[in-house]
Design a protein around this ligand. Sequence first.
Ligand code: PEP
Length: 274
Amino acid sequence: MLNLMQKGSMEERKTYIVANWKMNFTMEESNLFLHKLAQKIAPAKGLEIILAPSIFTLQSLSLQVDYKQFRLAAQNFYYKDFGAYTGEVAIAQLRGIAEYGLVGHSERRHIFGETVEDTGHKTAAAIRSKVTPILCIGETMEERANGETNDVIYDQLVGGLSGVTSSHIRHVLIAYEPVWAISTGGGGTVSAVCSPDDLLDTIKVIRSHIKHLYGAKVSKDIRVLFGGSVNAENIKSYLQVDGVDGALVGGASLNVESFSNIIRKTKEIRQEKK
Ligand code: PEP
């Protein structure tokens, strides 16, 4: 099931739009959302639409989803494959249900105390289970104000990728989500908007760290998404930023209309870029 991120040079570079539903929607609401969205979205070559529902609805959605249209992601998981870990779900148990798994989302780091070491274990566990990890990284407002963005990003990349060899790095997606730009404020900081210029600067930092860790080819090939209050109005400005391969969407993915508009705009920009 592991998706290959690094396609042959003749193949079109994919765009990824991930809907992070967080702790929203009952089973019935999730099913209904999927059906309404499916009616609005035609599959598009080169565009991967990934839904990350609450863990308890994953299996139900997996039985209904048309994989030509959508893929599924786990919002969180544990890195041990089985055992006495009450309340946890192993990524190994989600194999065949979720093709992707979020790792190190800022809410996991800042609310639930997930450490960089945890993210390293989780990324490695996902790869072991043939699930594509989406490693979320990003600095808080305070870290940014202190000029620590580059170091924080470096530490999160080194820690999150600690178990990822150069032959497996092509199976990883990175999502840059500055905590200060996430609608919830993540770490309890004041939210602000990440401008496309700010984004470009940090994307360059991320790719340069990846170059240092895995070399120039990987740094060019690796897929990097952006997340932080993305909506139908601003998605184009972010996807136009050099080196951005898609978006991780929280709040605006909770409404069929706004999420399908994001997808429509993404399709438009892919056409414009051709
Ligand atoms: C997120 O939490 O991953 C996120 C990007 O949320 P929002 O789009 O609401 O800022």
